[in-house]
Design a protein around this ligand. Structure first.
Ligand SMILES: Cc1cc2nc3c(=O)[nH]c(=O)nc-3n(C[C@H](O)[C@H](O)[C@H](O)COP(=O)(O)OP(=O)(O)OC[C@H]3O[C@@H](n4cnc5c(N)ncnc54)[C@H](O)[C@@H]3O)c2cc1C
Length: 291
């Protein structure tokens, strides 16, 4: 058995220093629900675990009508789920976070860990994309922001540079008459990884009839989650009738480039990308109309 070092820094700068000093041998741990599984299975060779849960900047959770939501990268999913101001304003994100694993998993797992793990099937990334989240990251070279749509760059790979860590998400306040929704398909009722997922965020005109802005993202159908811009465009200006929803679904099917594996064939995943696109939009529409 190899010796394992463990550190729990209490400042962001100390964590960055420690991470850089350990080169590739250190692993950042938020909840550890991905990291520890990967270490035990031998997929991650780590000699030094750096616990991020005690760093105040990574535990920020606040909502302001002007600035929107600030969500620290290490905040546990159940803490986010219990944060009342976020419930209606960021429904898609809460929906994704509350689908992760079980109650026990959600009491450790973070949205930050979910996206830093880099899985295109992660349950929070599509929602972060359609909600226009910015990922605030910091490393030895300073702070910068990465739009959530650009954060994952390949399976297990993110846009984080050497020595950088994710600090928090900043999500703008939702416009009036807007709402979002997230759905995934899994063959079981729970405790499974998305075969396909979709999130939608729509804004309606003041009379609630016409769509004035829309964003759709799909997951588990490509090496990274996809923002389907053509799906959003198909909705804007429409009354979100069946024809518009079908056009958005067709755009998602066209954008999807899935693989076949034991959880679904590429044909099935492509079909489901369209189905879930329609349903996520319908969900968001129902919420935006206050039903
Ligand atoms: C039983 C079980 C069920 C699960 N079900 C689901 C599910 O339904 N849906 C789903 O999407 N996932 C699921 N997962 C995977 C996992 O729980 C989630 O991805 C979770 O959100 C990871 O968060 P974490 O805080 O535990 O991350 P960690 O395990 O702590 O970290 C994950 C990765 O991100 C890195 N990292 C963490 N924080 C940072 C940071 N701030 N900056 C830079 N890098 C960082 C770590 O080094 C590691 O590589 C499941 C896992 C288990 C064990």
């Amino acid at each position: 058995m190899k010796p394992l070092e463990f550190s729990a820094p209490t400042t962001l700068n100390a964590a960055i220093k420690l991470y850089s000093a350990n080169g590739g041998g250190a692993g950042l741990m938020a909840g550890g629900t991905d990291l520890l599984v990967q270490m035990r299975s031998g997929r991650a060779e780590i000699g030094h675990v750096i616990d991020l849960k005690r760093i105040p900047e990574l535990n920020v959770l606040s909502y302001d009508k002007k600035r929107g939501l600030r969500l620290g990268a290490a905040v546990a999913c159940d803490v986010l789920g219990a944060f009342k101001p976020a419930k209606a304003a960021y429904a898609a994100l809460i929906e994704g976070a509350e689908l992760i694993g079980s109650t026990q998993i959600q009491s450790r797992a973070s949205v930050g860990g979910n996206v830093c793990n880099g899985s295109p099937a992660a349950d929070t990334i599509c929602s972060l994309i359609v909600l226009g989240a910015q990922c605030v990251v910091k490393g030895p070279q300073g702070k910068r922001e990465i739009p959530a749509r650009d954060f994952m760059v390949g399976p297990g790979k993110t846009a984080l540079r050497k020595g950088e860590l994710l600090v928090e998400f900043r999500i703008p306040p939702p416009p009036a008459h807007s709402a979002s929704g997230y759905l995934r398909f899994i063959p079981r009722n729970e405790m499974d990884i998305a075969v396909v997922s979709a999130a939608a965020n729509i804004t309606l005109s003041a009379n609630g009839k016409t769509c004035t802005a829309a964003s759709v993202a799909i997951g588990a159908v490509a090496p990274t989650p996809l923002l389907v811009e053509a799906a959003g465009k198909a909705l804007v200006g429409s009354t979100l009738d069946e024809a518009a929803l079908e056009a958005a679904a067709a755009a998602s099917r066209k954008a999807a480039r899935p693989i076949s594996d034991m959880r679904g064939t590429k044909e099935y995943r492509t079909h489901m990308a369209g189905v879930l696109t329609k349903r996520a939009i319908a969900m968001a529409l129902q919420r935006a109309r206050g039903a």
